[in-house]
Ligand binder design. Structure first.
Ligand code: B12
Length: 240
Protein backbone atom coordinates (compact mmCIF):
# COMPACT_ATOMS: atom_id res chain seq x y z
CA UNK A 1 0.00 0.00 0.00
CA UNK A 2 1.25 3.46 -0.79
CA UNK A 3 1.82 5.96 2.01
CA UNK A 4 -0.23 9.20 2.08
CA UNK A 5 2.69 11.18 0.65
CA UNK A 6 3.04 8.76 -2.22
CA UNK A 7 -0.71 8.83 -2.83
CA UNK A 8 -0.86 12.62 -2.86
CA UNK A 9 2.28 13.26 -4.88
CA UNK A 10 2.77 10.05 -6.84
CA UNK A 11 6.17 9.67 -5.11
CA UNK A 12 8.05 6.64 -3.76
CA UNK A 13 7.61 5.03 -0.38
CA UNK A 14 10.47 5.51 2.13
CA UNK A 15 12.21 2.35 3.36
CA UNK A 16 14.69 1.86 6.24
CA UNK A 17 16.58 5.09 6.80
CA UNK A 18 20.08 4.65 8.20
CA UNK A 19 21.92 7.97 7.95
CA UNK A 20 25.30 6.43 7.17
CA UNK A 21 25.94 5.24 3.62
CA UNK A 22 23.88 5.75 0.47
CA UNK A 23 24.58 9.51 0.41
CA UNK A 24 23.63 11.88 3.23
CA UNK A 25 21.36 13.93 0.98
CA UNK A 26 19.26 10.98 -0.13
CA UNK A 27 18.98 9.82 3.48
CA UNK A 28 17.74 13.23 4.56
CA UNK A 29 15.26 13.17 1.68
CA UNK A 30 13.96 9.80 2.89
CA UNK A 31 13.75 11.10 6.43
CA UNK A 32 11.83 14.10 5.15
CA UNK A 33 9.32 11.89 3.29
CA UNK A 34 8.86 9.73 6.37
CA UNK A 35 8.30 12.80 8.54
CA UNK A 36 5.74 14.23 6.11
CA UNK A 37 3.93 10.88 6.07
CA UNK A 38 3.81 11.11 9.86
CA UNK A 39 2.36 14.63 9.71
CA UNK A 40 -0.31 13.63 7.19
CA UNK A 41 -1.34 10.52 9.14
CA UNK A 42 -1.22 12.45 12.43
CA UNK A 43 1.44 10.06 13.71
CA UNK A 44 3.09 12.14 16.41
CA UNK A 45 5.40 9.29 17.44
CA UNK A 46 6.78 8.84 13.94
CA UNK A 47 7.33 12.57 13.55
CA UNK A 48 9.06 12.76 16.91
CA UNK A 49 11.36 9.84 16.11
CA UNK A 50 12.24 11.32 12.72
CA UNK A 51 12.79 14.78 14.16
CA UNK A 52 15.14 13.36 16.82
CA UNK A 53 17.02 11.33 14.18
CA UNK A 54 17.54 14.50 12.13
CA UNK A 55 18.52 16.47 15.25
CA UNK A 56 21.18 13.86 16.15
CA UNK A 57 22.64 14.10 12.66
CA UNK A 58 22.68 17.89 12.37
CA UNK A 59 24.75 20.17 14.58
CA UNK A 60 22.93 23.34 13.42
CA UNK A 61 19.27 24.22 13.85
CA UNK A 62 18.45 26.04 10.56
CA UNK A 63 18.69 22.82 8.50
CA UNK A 64 16.15 21.00 10.68
CA UNK A 65 13.90 24.03 11.22
CA UNK A 66 13.84 24.93 7.54
CA UNK A 67 14.71 21.65 5.76
CA UNK A 68 12.27 19.57 7.78
CA UNK A 69 9.70 21.64 9.67
CA UNK A 70 9.23 24.65 7.39
CA UNK A 71 9.41 22.60 4.19
CA UNK A 72 6.80 20.13 5.45
CA UNK A 73 4.44 22.88 6.66
CA UNK A 74 4.70 24.66 3.31
CA UNK A 75 3.78 21.36 1.67
CA UNK A 76 0.91 20.84 4.11
CA UNK A 77 -0.27 24.38 3.25
CA UNK A 78 -0.27 23.59 -0.47
CA UNK A 79 -2.22 20.36 0.07
CA UNK A 80 -4.76 22.29 2.14
CA UNK A 81 -5.01 25.05 -0.49
CA UNK A 82 -5.61 22.41 -3.19
CA UNK A 83 -8.35 20.82 -1.08
CA UNK A 84 -6.39 17.56 -0.75
CA UNK A 85 -6.37 17.60 3.05
CA UNK A 86 -8.91 18.95 5.52
CA UNK A 87 -8.51 21.90 7.86
CA UNK A 88 -8.52 19.37 10.72
CA UNK A 89 -5.51 17.51 9.22
CA UNK A 90 -3.69 20.79 8.65
CA UNK A 91 -4.32 21.82 12.27
CA UNK A 92 -3.06 18.47 13.56
CA UNK A 93 0.08 18.73 11.44
CA UNK A 94 0.65 22.24 12.81
CA UNK A 95 0.19 21.14 16.41
CA UNK A 96 2.66 18.27 15.98
CA UNK A 97 5.22 20.55 14.31
CA UNK A 98 4.93 23.20 16.98
CA UNK A 99 5.36 20.70 19.83
CA UNK A 100 8.46 19.14 18.26
CA UNK A 101 10.35 22.43 18.24
CA UNK A 102 10.64 22.08 22.02
CA UNK A 103 12.85 19.01 21.55
CA UNK A 104 15.68 21.40 20.69
CA UNK A 105 15.60 23.06 24.14
CA UNK A 106 18.49 21.07 25.65
CA UNK A 107 20.66 22.29 22.79
CA UNK A 108 19.39 25.88 22.90
CA UNK A 109 19.97 26.45 26.58
CA UNK A 110 23.31 24.62 26.70
CA UNK A 111 24.96 27.56 24.93
CA UNK A 112 26.96 30.07 26.95
CA UNK A 113 24.85 33.16 27.64
CA UNK A 114 25.72 36.60 26.34
CA UNK A 115 24.29 39.81 27.77
CA UNK A 116 21.88 40.45 24.89
CA UNK A 117 18.15 40.21 24.50
CA UNK A 118 15.66 40.20 21.64
CA UNK A 119 11.89 40.35 21.56
CA UNK A 120 10.22 38.38 18.79
CA UNK A 121 6.54 38.77 18.01
CA UNK A 122 3.86 38.43 15.40
CA UNK A 123 2.04 41.62 14.55
CA UNK A 124 -1.62 42.19 15.52
CA UNK A 125 -4.04 39.85 13.69
CA UNK A 126 -1.20 37.51 12.70
CA UNK A 127 -1.83 33.95 13.90
CA UNK A 128 1.04 32.18 12.15
CA UNK A 129 3.55 31.95 14.95
CA UNK A 130 5.88 29.05 14.15
CA UNK A 131 8.30 31.13 12.06
CA UNK A 132 8.59 33.66 14.89
CA UNK A 133 9.19 30.88 17.40
CA UNK A 134 12.06 29.64 15.24
CA UNK A 135 13.53 33.14 15.16
CA UNK A 136 13.39 33.39 18.97
CA UNK A 137 15.06 29.97 19.26
CA UNK A 138 17.92 31.07 17.01
CA UNK A 139 18.58 34.00 19.35
CA UNK A 140 18.68 31.54 22.28
CA UNK A 141 21.01 29.27 20.35
CA UNK A 142 23.43 32.19 20.12
CA UNK A 143 23.25 32.81 23.86
CA UNK A 144 20.86 35.74 23.60
CA UNK A 145 17.62 35.92 25.56
CA UNK A 146 14.83 35.45 23.01
CA UNK A 147 11.56 36.74 24.44
CA UNK A 148 8.87 35.20 22.24
CA UNK A 149 5.46 36.87 22.48
CA UNK A 150 3.70 34.62 19.95
CA UNK A 151 0.71 35.45 17.78
CA UNK A 152 -1.43 38.59 17.47
CA UNK A 153 0.40 40.99 19.78
CA UNK A 154 -0.76 44.63 19.93
CA UNK A 155 2.08 47.00 19.10
CA UNK A 156 1.51 49.13 22.21
CA UNK A 157 2.25 46.06 24.36
CA UNK A 158 5.44 45.39 22.41
CA UNK A 159 6.44 49.01 23.01
CA UNK A 160 5.78 48.66 26.78
CA UNK A 161 7.92 45.54 26.89
CA UNK A 162 10.79 47.22 25.07
CA UNK A 163 10.65 49.99 27.68
CA UNK A 164 10.60 47.47 30.54
CA UNK A 165 13.42 45.11 29.45
CA UNK A 166 16.88 45.98 28.23
CA UNK A 167 16.35 44.84 24.67
CA UNK A 168 18.92 44.96 21.89
CA UNK A 169 16.61 44.23 18.96
CA UNK A 170 12.96 43.80 17.99
CA UNK A 171 11.96 41.11 15.47
CA UNK A 172 8.53 41.27 13.83
CA UNK A 173 6.92 38.43 11.89
CA UNK A 174 3.98 38.36 9.47
CA UNK A 175 2.91 35.48 7.23
CA UNK A 176 -0.36 36.71 5.83
CA UNK A 177 -0.09 39.30 3.07
CA UNK A 178 -3.09 41.03 4.58
CA UNK A 179 -0.92 41.89 7.58
CA UNK A 180 1.88 43.59 5.66
CA UNK A 181 0.29 47.01 6.30
CA UNK A 182 0.01 46.25 10.03
CA UNK A 183 3.66 45.21 10.11
CA UNK A 184 4.66 48.43 8.39
CA UNK A 185 2.54 50.45 10.86
CA UNK A 186 3.96 48.60 13.87
CA UNK A 187 7.49 49.24 12.62
CA UNK A 188 6.77 52.96 12.32
CA UNK A 189 5.29 53.11 15.83
CA UNK A 190 8.23 51.27 17.38
CA UNK A 191 10.68 53.53 15.55
CA UNK A 192 8.83 56.63 16.78
CA UNK A 193 9.03 55.38 20.38
CA UNK A 194 12.63 54.10 20.15
CA UNK A 195 14.67 56.05 17.59
CA UNK A 196 17.67 53.70 17.49
CA UNK A 197 16.71 50.11 18.39
CA UNK A 198 17.36 47.78 15.42
CA UNK A 199 14.17 46.25 13.98
CA UNK A 200 14.23 43.01 12.00
CA UNK A 201 11.24 41.99 9.91
CA UNK A 202 10.45 38.76 8.08
CA UNK A 203 7.89 36.18 7.07
CA UNK A 204 5.89 35.09 4.06
CA UNK A 205 3.92 38.33 3.97
CA UNK A 206 6.94 39.63 1.99
CA UNK A 207 6.61 36.98 -0.71
CA UNK A 208 5.13 39.45 -3.18
CA UNK A 209 7.15 42.50 -2.14
CA UNK A 210 7.12 45.06 0.64
CA UNK A 211 10.78 44.89 1.57
CA UNK A 212 11.76 48.17 -0.08
CA UNK A 213 8.95 50.05 1.65
CA UNK A 214 9.74 48.78 5.13
CA UNK A 215 13.48 49.28 4.71
CA UNK A 216 12.93 52.98 4.05
CA UNK A 217 12.44 53.27 7.83
CA UNK A 218 15.86 53.78 9.42
CA UNK A 219 17.43 50.79 11.16
CA UNK A 220 14.96 48.28 9.70
CA UNK A 221 16.23 45.11 7.98
CA UNK A 222 14.27 42.41 6.20
CA UNK A 223 15.78 38.93 6.60
CA UNK A 224 14.45 35.95 4.66
CA UNK A 225 16.10 32.96 6.30
CA UNK A 226 17.50 31.71 9.58
CA UNK A 227 20.99 31.68 8.02
CA UNK A 228 20.65 35.40 7.35
CA UNK A 229 19.46 35.85 10.92
CA UNK A 230 22.48 33.96 12.27
CA UNK A 231 24.79 36.20 10.24
CA UNK A 232 23.03 39.27 11.68
CA UNK A 233 23.31 37.94 15.25
CA UNK A 234 26.99 37.10 14.82
CA UNK A 235 27.71 40.61 13.58
CA UNK A 236 25.61 42.24 16.33
CA UNK A 237 27.25 40.07 19.00
CA UNK A 238 30.61 41.47 17.94
CA UNK A 239 29.58 45.06 18.69
CA UNK A 240 30.10 46.06 22.34
C1 B12 B 1 -0.25 26.41 10.04
C2 B12 B 1 -0.95 27.46 9.21
C3 B12 B 1 -1.98 28.19 9.80
C4 B12 B 1 -2.31 28.09 11.29
C5 B12 B 1 -1.19 28.80 12.10
C6 B12 B 1 -1.11 28.25 13.53
C7 B12 B 1 0.21 28.52 14.20
N1 B12 B 1 0.30 27.99 15.41
O1 B12 B 1 1.11 29.17 13.73
C8 B12 B 1 -3.70 28.80 11.34
C9 B12 B 1 -4.79 27.74 11.31
C10 B12 B 1 -3.94 29.74 12.53
C11 B12 B 1 -3.74 29.54 10.00
C12 B12 B 1 -4.64 30.54 9.74
C13 B12 B 1 -4.75 31.17 8.49
N2 B12 B 1 -4.04 30.92 7.41
CO1 B12 B 1 -2.50 29.74 7.39
N3 B12 B 1 -1.15 28.56 7.12
C14 B12 B 1 -0.51 27.69 7.87
C15 B12 B 1 0.61 26.96 7.11
C16 B12 B 1 0.08 25.59 6.68
C17 B12 B 1 1.92 26.78 7.85
C18 B12 B 1 2.50 28.10 8.47
C19 B12 B 1 3.88 27.82 9.01
O2 B12 B 1 4.05 27.62 10.20
N4 B12 B 1 4.89 27.72 8.12
C20 B12 B 1 6.25 27.33 8.51
C21 B12 B 1 7.05 28.54 9.04
C22 B12 B 1 8.32 28.04 9.71
O3 B12 B 1 7.41 29.30 7.90
P1 B12 B 1 7.41 30.90 7.89
O4 B12 B 1 6.27 31.41 8.67
O5 B12 B 1 7.56 31.31 6.48
O6 B12 B 1 8.73 31.30 8.70
C23 B12 B 1 10.03 31.18 8.12
C24 B12 B 1 10.49 32.43 7.38
O7 B12 B 1 9.44 33.13 6.74
C25 B12 B 1 11.22 33.23 8.42
N5 B12 B 1 10.51 34.22 9.22
C26 B12 B 1 9.22 34.28 9.60
N6 B12 B 1 9.02 35.35 10.36
C27 B12 B 1 10.20 35.98 10.51
C28 B12 B 1 10.56 37.12 11.22
C29 B12 B 1 11.91 37.56 11.20
C30 B12 B 1 12.27 38.79 11.96
C31 B12 B 1 12.88 36.81 10.47
C32 B12 B 1 14.29 37.23 10.47
C33 B12 B 1 12.51 35.67 9.75
C34 B12 B 1 11.18 35.27 9.79
O8 B12 B 1 11.73 32.27 9.35
C35 B12 B 1 11.00 31.04 9.27
C36 B12 B 1 12.05 29.97 9.01
O9 B12 B 1 12.60 30.08 7.73
C37 B12 B 1 0.82 27.94 5.90
C38 B12 B 1 1.48 27.33 4.68
C39 B12 B 1 2.82 28.00 4.49
N7 B12 B 1 3.25 28.17 3.25
O10 B12 B 1 3.52 28.36 5.42
C40 B12 B 1 -0.56 28.54 5.73
C41 B12 B 1 -0.73 29.97 5.13
C42 B12 B 1 0.42 30.85 5.65
N8 B12 B 1 -2.03 30.40 5.66
C43 B12 B 1 -2.70 31.03 4.79
C44 B12 B 1 -4.00 31.56 5.03
C45 B12 B 1 -4.73 32.12 3.83
C46 B12 B 1 -4.57 31.55 6.31
C47 B12 B 1 -5.92 32.14 6.73
C48 B12 B 1 -6.29 33.49 6.09
C49 B12 B 1 -6.97 31.06 6.44
C50 B12 B 1 -8.39 31.48 6.76
N9 B12 B 1 -9.16 31.61 5.69
O11 B12 B 1 -8.75 31.66 7.89
C51 B12 B 1 -5.75 32.27 8.26
C52 B12 B 1 -5.11 33.64 8.62
C53 B12 B 1 -5.02 33.84 10.10
C54 B12 B 1 -4.27 35.10 10.45
N10 B12 B 1 -4.98 36.23 10.55
O12 B12 B 1 -3.08 35.09 10.63
C55 B12 B 1 -1.96 31.22 3.48
C56 B12 B 1 -1.38 32.65 3.37
C57 B12 B 1 -1.58 33.20 1.99
C58 B12 B 1 -1.10 34.62 1.87
N11 B12 B 1 -0.50 34.85 0.74
O13 B12 B 1 -1.25 35.48 2.69
C59 B12 B 1 -0.88 30.06 3.57
C60 B12 B 1 0.42 30.35 2.81
C61 B12 B 1 -1.56 28.78 3.04
C62 B12 B 1 -1.78 28.80 1.56
N12 B12 B 1 -1.01 28.05 0.82
O14 B12 B 1 -2.62 29.46 1.05
N13 B12 B 1 -2.79 29.08 9.18
Amino acid sequence: MKTPVAQLHGGQEGGGIPLAGGGADSNFEELYRRYLDGLLTNDHQLCRATFLRWLEATPDLPPIYEGLVRRSLYEVGELWEQGKISVAKEHLATAISESLLNLTYPRLFAQPRVDRAAVVTCVANEYHQIGGKMVADIFELHGWRGYFLGANTPVEDVISLIAEKRLNVVALSAASELNLGRLFGATQEIRAAFPSIPILVGGQAFRCGGREQVETISGVRYLATLDELEAWITEASGHG
